[in-house]
Structures are given as structure tokens and as C-alpha cells.
Design a protein around this ligand. Structure first.
Ligand code: GDP
Length: 209
């Protein structure tokens, strides 16, 4: 089922000012220029909900979008932009960590990876960090229409082998393209049952009290 309603809620640099954690929430993050804004627009069927970046690494804000009045899609700042100072990088890490540790309603983090680039230490370290903290995540390969079937499969094989050096099993992943909309249904179908679980859990909690 496609997204019916997508509404920008708030942008901020202080996790304490995010909306109340009263709805399930999914965060999208990846290296600058990975295609995050394009993916968010593709998922929501909007042309310009998230701004396609002219200047990578510029947005350092946590953006909340309310989807179908039911769940939050959170656009986190892109990491790994080479031309930022050490103090900027530290500020960024503080912002992301503050966010990740303050959202009890955060059900899954979508880590975006450019399918045309070999596995990068920065992305793998980010995933390891999430795993160490028990934060659930999945991988989203972007721009996959650029690769033919054979190259795409080779990339997935390489990624699988690399991940299995660290992980017992490979996390769930999605093959996407903002150009062809590949992966949209799969991601929305992944989110839907998690939303239902979240609501049920809250109802159960309400009953117990
Ligand atoms: P962000 O910085 O991660 O938000 O990335 P953007 O969404 O701004 O995209 C960065 C660049 O990659 C832009 O030039 C996009 O047009 C391009 N791009 C994003 N998604 C795709 C895709 O699925 N396929 C192709 N071919 N290009 C894409």
C-alpha cells in the first residue's frame, strides 16, 4: 500500500526537541550523497519532501516526517563528508548518538549504502556500533539500477562475505533505486507489521495499568 500522507513535522539539532515518542519511528542514515533524500522522496511518493542535496554534508539536522498519521520517518544527517572539521565530526557524532539513545520508539534504522561502491569501513563501523548497542538495523542498497544483474549480484556477494566477517548472519537488506522505485513496496511492507506490533504493545501496556 503506498503512502497516502507525508507531512514535514520538525527539524532540529537537539534530540530532546524531537516529537514525543508516541508513534513508531524509523531512521534513515548513510554517507553524504548516498541517495537518502531521493530514497525518502521515492518511498513517500513526493518529489521534494526531503531536499536532494546540492552540497553534501551541509544538513546537520534531524528531520521528522509524519507518515499517514501513523509513523515517523526520520531523516538523519549524512556522515562521512570529507571536508568537515574534526569538531564538526564530533558534533555530528554527539547529535546522532544523542538521537539514537533517546528514542524508545525507534524500531529500526535503515543504513543506506551506495551499491556502486565497495564495502566501506565507515559504513561497516557504523553498523557494528549499532549492533553493539542492540539497535536494530537493516541495509538499503541505493542506486542499484546503475548496475546490471551480474554486477549487482557480485556486489551483494562481496557485501555478504564482508559482513560475515563480523556478523553471524547477514542483516535484512533491500535493493532500491530512486529512479525505478525498486524496493519501495518491500520497505513499506517491512515497516507495516512493525507498526502494528508497536500499537498492540502500547494497547497491552495500557490495559495492564
Ligand atoms: P543524500 O545526500 O544522501 O540525500 O543524496 P541525494 O538524494 O541528494 O542524492 C545524491 C545524488 O545521487 C543526486 O545527484 C541524486 O540524483 C543521485 N541519486 C540518488 N538516488 C539515485 C538512484 O537511485 N539512482 C541514480 N542513478 N542516482 C541517484
Amino acid at each position: 500500500m503506498p503512502v497516502k500522507q507525508a507531512e514535514f513535522k520538525v527539524s532540529n539539532s537537539d534530540p530532546a526537541l524531537c516529537p514525543p515518542p508516541d508513534r513508531p519511528e524509523y531512521a534513515f542514515i548513510g554517507r553524504s550523497n548516498v541517495g537518502k533524500s531521493s530514497l525518502i522522496n521515492m518511498l513517500t511518493g513526493r518529489h521534494s519532501l526531503a531536499k536532494i542535496s546540492g552540497k553534501p554534508g551541509k544538513t546537520q539536522l534531524i528531520n521528522h516526517f509524519l507518515i499517514d498519521n501513523e509513523w515517523y520517518l526520520v531523516d538523519l544527517p549524512g556522515y562521512g563528508y570529507a571536508q568537515v572539521s574534526k569538531s564538526e565530526r564530533e558534533k555530528f557524532a554527539g547529535l546522532i548518538n544523542g538521537y539514537l539513545t533517546s528514542r524508545p520508539n525507534l524500531l529500526c534504522i535503515f543504513v543506506l549504502v551506495d551499491s556502486r561502491i565497495q564495502p566501506q569501513k565507515l559504513d561497516l563501523d557504523f553498523m557494528t556500533n549499532l549492533g553493539d548497542r542492540g539497535l536494530p538495523f537493516v541495509i538499503v542498497f541505493t542506486k542499484t539500477e546503475k548496475l546490471g544483474t551480474v554486477k549487482l549480484q557480485a556486489m551483494l556477494d562481496t557485501y555478504r562475505a564482508t559482513l560475515l566477517e563480523t556478523w553471524e548472519e547477514v542483516p535484512t537488506w533491500f535493493i532500491t533505486s530512486a529512479i525505478t522505485s525498486a524496493g519501495r513496496e518491500e520497505i513499506l511492507d517491512f515497516i507495516r507489521p512493525l507498526n502494528e506490533g508497536f500499537v498492540k504493545e502500547r494497547i497491552a501496556t495500557t490495559k495492564r495499568k
